[in-house]
Ligand binder design. Structure first.
Ligand code: F0G
Length: 460
């Protein structure tokens, strides 16, 4: 029997710092602890939820329902969320993303099998929607007049859409000239005020944090714990698709580090609830030129994981990567992501621009498109297999975070062999189109076309 939760009383916000742990009500509009500046968690009491098999059965039943909340791949798992059953939700039927077998990507990684959870199949084309539905719902609950975020393009596109659904004023701050036009186009079409600022994502993040000190402006970057709440439900959806068999490895890209934080929390809570009895190892993959978390992880060996979280995190001043979604030097959620790595005995690694580009093309050959940041996962898995950290018999899921159409220029440049990359020292390097598939110019007559087709042979 599943008890209905009638209020938000069974939950609160709490500082994650072990030495503080200050609590706040759910409706308090703050993003970090007032006492110590630590990040906040939403903590929900699951005491009244009943047993694991009843929850599984309930979630299974909802798959056949047309109710707005049941159609959402986030609100379907609402027992995990800190909202009253009666809440009116701001939803675009997010989640419900496919879990694909990817045989060519598996072969590329030297694995017998590999699954890709494609979060790019969300309504605005990225995983951000799963957190935006809860964050914008919370914005309405707290009576925000305007919502705001800093973004490398996907958070802003997602926020713009959900703000439009909720009829809230919306402003987004993006680094000028560093966001793909596809992502900007979305935000414009959804009616957000698009503010292009000088500087990079980290500058924009600093500015929106200052702006949100004004209570009427609600910040929905992943520093907002209500974002994390929505994003954590991806763990439940994935496990349901896997018939509750926990994969050995879950591999995600790392930028601002909200996603890895959320997935860690999601799996942790599902184990607390008895829905699973172990956790997947979470590996976070960064781009080599924007890898402050990888550098931090490398400096603190595994033994340190059992002690207090080290505080000597060093941001990177000039992050550089063609995977613009994760071009971030000062990730706000590093401490929560560190916790996720700790909980799951995971790791952090980085991959080169060439490796990202080739992995992306290989994912494409499975008929699955993704944006460059997402391809860090397959490049990272290949590296982990080579290092013996993932073994052939183990089950592996990579999370693809954004859709291929988010950055078509990158794709065209790779296949035309015109992709190049300027690193943080200003040096330009060409990216080789290892799996390039160039467009072919041909006369519009049957004979010429047949001649080309004859010469093609096997594309692969
Ligand atoms: N992949 C994509 C496609 C992203 O857009 C992002 C982040 C990430 C991975 C990294 O996720 O930040 O949770 O570690 N994009 C943010 C944005 C920063 O503004 O759209 P993370």
């Amino acid at each position: 029997m599943i008890e209905e939760r009638n209020s938000q009383e069974a939950a609160h916000q709490r500082c994650i710092k072990a030495a503080c742990r200050e609590t706040y009500g759910l409706k308090e509009r703050l993003y970090v602890c007032r006492r110590c500046g630590g990040l906040l968690d939403v903590e929900t009491s699951f005491a009244a939820l009943g047993n694991a098999s009843a929850l599984r059965a309930l979630w299974q039943t909802r798959l056949a329902s047309f109710d707005v909340k049941d159609r959402s791949g986030v609100w379907r798992y609402r027992e995990l969320l800190p909202f009253a059953e009666t809440v009116s939700v701001v939803s675009l039927a997010e989640g419900n993303t496919p879990l694909y077998e990817a045989p060519r990507a598996a072969e590329y990684c030297d694995l017998p099998a590999l699954k890709l959870k494609h979060q790019g199949c969300n309504p605005t084309g990225s995983f951000k929607d799963t957190g935006m539905t809860t964050a914008v719902t919370q914005a309405v609950i707290v009576g925000a007049r305007a919502v705001i975020c800093a973004s490398t393009g996907n958070t802003s596109a997602s926020l713009a859409a959900y703000a439009a659904r909720a009829n809230l004023a919306c402003a987004i701050l993006v680094p000028q000239g560093q966001v793909s036009s596809a992502k900007l186009a979305q935000s414009l079409d959804y009616g957000a005020r698009v503010l292009e600022i000088e500087g990079n994502f980290d500058t924009a993040m600093r500015v929106v944090r200052e702006l949100s000190e004004d209570e009427s402006i609600y910040l929905v970057n992943s520093i907002n714990p209500f974002r994390i709440e929505g994003q954590k439900t991806v763990a439940a959806e994935l496990l349901q698709q896997l018939d509750w068999q926990v994969p050995d490895h879950l591999v995600v890209p790392g930028g601002n580090l909200g996603n890895s934080s959320a997935l860690g929390k999601g799996f942790w809570e599902l184990r607390e609830l008895g829905l699973i009895d172990r956790l997947p190892e979470i590996s976070v993959v960064q781009a080599e030129g924007a890898a402050p978390f990888e550098q931090f992880f490398a400096q603190h060996d595994k033994a340190a994981l059992d002690e207090d979280v080290p505080q000597d995190f060093v941001p990177i001043e000039h992050p550089a990567t063609l995977a613009t979604a994760i071009k971030i030097g000062a990730p706000v959620s590093w401490e929560k992501a560190w916790r996720a790595i700790h909980w799951t005995n995971g790791r952090v690694l980085s991959v080169s621009e060439q490796q990202i580009a080739d992995a992306k093309a290989i994912i494409g050959r499975d008929g699955i498109g993704c944006e460059p940041a997402s391809a860090t996962t397959v490049a990272g898995i290949r590296q982990l297999v080579q290092q013996g950290k993932i073994r052939a018999g183990e089950s592996v899921v990579a999370v693809l975070t954004g859709h291929i159409l988010k950055d078509p220029d990158y794709v065209m440049n790779y296949h035309r062999e015109t992709l190049d990359f300027e690193d943080s020292s200003g040096e330009r390097k060409g990216i080789h189109g290892t799996f390039a598939n160039q467009p072919i110019r041909v006369k519009a007559d049957i004979q010429s076309i047949m001649q080309v087709l004859d010469q093609l042979g096997e594309v692969r």
